[in-house]
Design a binder for this molecule. Structure first.
Ligand SMILES: NC(=O)C1=CN([C@@H]2O[C@H](COP(=O)(O)OP(=O)(O)OC[C@H]3O[C@@H](n4cnc5c(N)ncnc54)[C@H](OP(=O)(O)O)[C@@H]3O)[C@@H](O)[C@H]2O)C=CC1
Ligand SMILES: O=C(CO)COP(=O)(O)O
Length: 338
């Protein structure tokens, strides 16, 4: 039996914790809300983040990080990107005392503004400066709501060590979630992070009444932007035609389960960003990652007009219709730039 500490008792953390307990592993779920932990331990549900769902009764929730980490073989991070660095620092202090070196798996999808770093780069800063092989990225088209219902799902596990990705594949897989391995953690993380920005744009188009052609154009040109940034970061171009690239882009741009899509939809209907984020009650990663993408475009002179338009609308008061007009009137050129 593998001992797994899942950090983040929101929607995805709870569902992954329950799935891993279904697979027969011992799971400790670390959260930051006493009422959520009490409900998980006493009623085996998490109604704040996952309505009408019963989780595996063997999952134990705690607000004590040291208790969650004790004896763990794997630490699965399912926190918002904004919390990764501070929690990683706390994890480091606890691991230093025990001397253990568990695998670090990240299910978080985002890029940290300021540092412009991916989650595994934050792990290197704060936890294991010399051992990327112990870091594995879990990413793909996987809304928590669907996995909770045991709907069929396929997800990528990526690591610089394919052996370690394959170890996680054996631990995570079951009859309803199929995991594939990859040796491109950078490309997999960029796909998972930047698709959230494109999903906000997809929601905006829907909220403004644009149709299927607009959605398809946005997703295709969005994938070109994701690939451009991913390759600039050192990712492999073919990763973006996989589950963590186009796969996750499809599900996030077309599903009402997506918080990023729903945020975009509400913005497209004229609501204010602050109200949309406050009412969501859950993380909208694209709204933060777009800041990092803007900084990356600036620093590396990358051409990412859709992502930049979302940044202008969210943080510079630009009007969505004017941004669309600007994009439609950009200098014309070839579809593929090599
Ligand atoms: N939901 C999904 O379907 C999927 C989500 N993901 C990714 O997983 C990550 C988490 O998303 P998700 O679970 O949906 O988000 P939620 O908003 O549902 O939950 C996040 C949880 O983390 C908690 N949290 C925030 N900061 C801390 C902290 N410092 N210490 C402990 N807990 C903290 C939040 O608490 P509070 O509410 O108090 O802030 C909340 O309980 C994101 O990067 C997301 O992109 C990936 C695939 C699927
Ligand atoms: O990453 C996800 C599905 O794969 C979840 O997307 P949202 O954060 O937009 O809900």
């Amino acid at each position: 039996m593998t001992k797994i500490a899942v950090l983040g008792a929101g929607s995805w953390g709870s569902v992954l914790a329950s799935m891993l307990a279904d697979n027969g592993h011992a799971v400790e779920l670390y959260g930051n809300r006493q009422e959520v932990a009490d409900e998980i331990n006493q009623k085996h549900s998490n109604s704040r983040y996952m309505k009408d769902w019963s989780m595996n009764s063997k999952v134990h929730a705690t607000l004590d990080l040291a208790e969650a980490l004790a004896g763990s073989d794997i630490i699965l991070f399912v926190l918002p990107t904004s919390a990764i660095r501070s929690v990683a620092k706390q994890v480091k202090a606890i691991l230093d005392q025990s001397g253990s070196k568990p695998y670090l798996v990240s299910a978080t999808k985002g890029i940290e503004p300021g540092s412009k770093k991916l989650v595994t780069q934050i792990f290197r800063d704060e936890l294991y400066p010399d051992n990327s092989d112990l870091m594995i990225v879990l990413s793909g088209p996987s809304h928590a709501e669907n996995v909770a219902q045991k709907d069929l799902t396929a997800i990528t596990l990526a690591s610089t060590s394919l052996d370690n990705a394959a170890k996680m594949q054996r631990i995570f897989s079951n009859e309803y979630v199929r995991f594939y391995t990859s040796n491109d953690p950078v490309g997999v993380q960029v796909g998972g992070a930047v698709k959230n920005v494109i999903a906000i744009a997809a929601g905006m188009l829907a909220g403004m009444g644009y149709g299927d052609n607009a959605k398809a154009a946005l997703m295709t040109r969005g994938l070109a932007e994701i690939t451009r940034l991913g390759v600039a970061f050192g990712g492999q171009p073919w990763t973006f035609s996989g589950l963590s690239g186009i796969g996750d882009l499809i599900v996030t741009c077309t599903s009402v389960n997506s918080r990023n899509w729903r945020a975009g939809y509400q913005l497209g209907q004229g609501q204010k960003l602050a109200d949309v984020l406050a009412n969501m009650g859950q993380v909208v990663e694209g709204a933060t990652t777009v800041k990092a993408v803007h900084e990356i475009c600036d620093k590396y002179s990358l051409d990412m007009p859709i992502s930049e338009a979302i940044y202008h609308v969210l943080y510079e008061g630009a009007d969505i219709k004017s941004e669309i007009k600007l994009m439609m009137n950009r200098q014309m050129g070839p579809e593929i730039r090599i």
